[in-house]
Design a protein around this ligand. Structure first.
Ligand SMILES: N[C@@H](CCC(=O)N[C@@H](CS)C(=O)NCC(=O)O)C(=O)O
Length: 223
């Protein structure tokens, strides 16, 4: 679904991030949900380096994504994705038990997997080389890899966590693919799962749209 400057749906994203973060910023999850639901949207771009004061009145932490749709104003990518999912059966099954499975796995992605992934990224990328991160990393990696093994077992031979593709997979795939920037060992079942998500036309369109919104890297590194 193309970006439409007249769409009532507005997504706030950053106009620039360093090359390693491109394709990982969390507005991707919202864009992907909108693409799956067949809803057009427009973007409002803000600077990550000089975040305007007024923005903190909308998103208290100054983070992206932020979402507006008529009277609806939201932050937190999972809440926004769920709001979009309510508009489309493609994202949230209308019947049980698939619906409750989708909700369960959506929250599992954010509460049971994302914290371990973010801690790993902190050790491997943001705090790389710092003494505390070097000391923390072995036990952090062990905990993460144990959890990834359990997650792979839970998925088993299914394609998607709720049985059918759902909003839960958007959050889970996006969370897992950020591990590419880390040293964690990811079970093949989950690598295949991430590849299935990334092969969806809606994911590809969302990724291309996020890249298209970035200013060129000032150091000339290709995006
Ligand atoms: N819990 C928030 C986290 C949002 C978040 O971490 N956004 C990042 C970009 S992926 C950000 O804005 N980082 C800049 C900052 O934290 O100051 C969500 O899931 O939407």
């Amino acid at each position: 679904m193309p970006i439409d400057p007249n769409s009532p749906i507005e997504v706030t994203a950053f106009d620039w991030v360093p090359p390693f973060a491109r394709g990982q910023v969390r507005d991707l999850r919202v864009r992907w949900a909108l693409e799956e639901a067949g809803l057009s949207y427009r973007t409002r771009l803000i600077s990550a380096r000089e975040r305007p004061d007024w923005y903190f009145k909308e998103q208290p932490f100054g983070q992206v994504p932020y979402y507006r749709d008529g009277a609806v104003e939201m932050f937190e990518c999972a809440a926004i994705a769920l709001h979009i999912a309510e508009k489309s059966e493609v994202l949230l099954p209308r019947t049980e038990p698939d619906r409750s499975r989708a909700l369960t796995w959506l929250l599992a992605a954010m509460n049971s997997i994302d914290p371990y992934v973010m801690n790993q990224i902190t050790c491997d990328v943001f705090a790389q080389g710092q003494e505390w991160a070097t000391l923390r990393k072995p036990s952090q990696t062990e905990m993460l890899e144990r959890r990834l093994g359990q997650l792979a077992d839970a998925l088993g031979d299914r394609d998607w966590f709720a049985g059918v593709f759902s909003v839960a997979d958007i959050l889970m795939v996006c969370t897992l693919r950020t591990l590419r920037n880390t040293s964690a060992d990811i079970p093949q079942t989950l690598l295949d799962y991430v590849a299935r998500g990334e092969a969806r036309p809606a994911f590809k369109a969302a990724l291309a749209a996020q890249f298209a919104d970035f200013l060129p890297d000032p150091e000339g590194v290709p995006a």
